[in-house]
Design a protein around this ligand. Structure first.
Ligand SMILES: CC(C)(COP(=O)(O)OP(=O)(O)OC[C@H]1O[C@@H](n2cnc3c(N)ncnc32)[C@H](O)[C@@H]1OP(=O)(O)O)[C@@H](O)C(=O)NCCC(=O)NCCS
Length: 173
């Protein structure tokens, strides 16, 4: 299997909107992301500070977004013990031919490097269903460890996984 050279690019509406629309409809993504549609008409949504396209060997193959989680969302999932400055990451490899080639962990590694330089974030995290063994494996390879399991209102029993990044933990205490 050829080595994949992975990089992150800013989301470009002209180049990437149709790709992302297609990826979100693929069964292997729908299964874990559910019926999700970002606000494609609002280009200010896709800022380079919180969104990126995953490019492998020059081709766009996936998408990453990251954000601080609103307290009401954390409360709904019973995850209020996460640090308040945690950056929550979502990822998909949309091109099914590119699954299982190490691109997800590679892309997460690049994002974590970026977050290492952010003194306002002490921890990064990812959530997925306990049944999504491939994602759990990919997250472990990127350096994430189990924080704990929780009950997601939409996705059922899930795992929250974390890793330290740049800042000093803000526990809100
Ligand atoms: C989860 C995801 C981001 C992982 O990225 P990836 O680049 O496929 O990750 P890896 O290449 O490290 O593969 C992870 C594991 O998937 C499994 N895998 C290998 N080939 C596979 C294939 N063809 N199809 C599915 N899974 C495969 C392997 O168990 C692999 O672990 P291993 O290399 O230790 O054996 C990606 O698979 C994906 O986008 N899936 C759909 C959306 C999703 O689940 N998002 C995350 C949770 S919401």
């Amino acid at each position: 299997m050829p080595l994949q050279k992975v990089r992150l690019e800013p989301f470009d509406a002209g180049l990437h909107t149709q790709c992302l629309r297609d990826w979100l409809r693929r069964p292997h993504v729908l299964r874990w992301w559910g019926e999700y549609e970002p606000p494609f008409d609002d280009q200010s949504w896709f800022t380079r500070e919180t969104h990126a396209v995953i490019v492998a060997n020059g081709d766009p193959v996936g998408y990453l977004c990251w954000q601080r989680l609103p307290q009401d969302e954390l409360a709904a999932a019973g995850l209020t013990d996460l640090p308040k400055d945690l950056v929550d990451i979502d990822i998909l490899i949309g091109e099914s031919s590119h699954i299982g080639r190490g691109i997800g962990p590679g892309a997460l590694g690049l994002l974590l490097e970026r977050l290492q330089a952010d003194p306002s974030a002490s921890m990064a995290g990812v959530a997925t269903s306990i049944s999504n063994e491939h994602a759990i494996r990919a997250f472990e390879k990127a350096g994430f460890r189990l924080f704990r399991e929780f009950q997601d209102p939409e996705h059922g029993r899930c795992r929250y996984m974390v890793t330290e990044v740049g800042g000093v933990a803000d526990t809100g205490l």
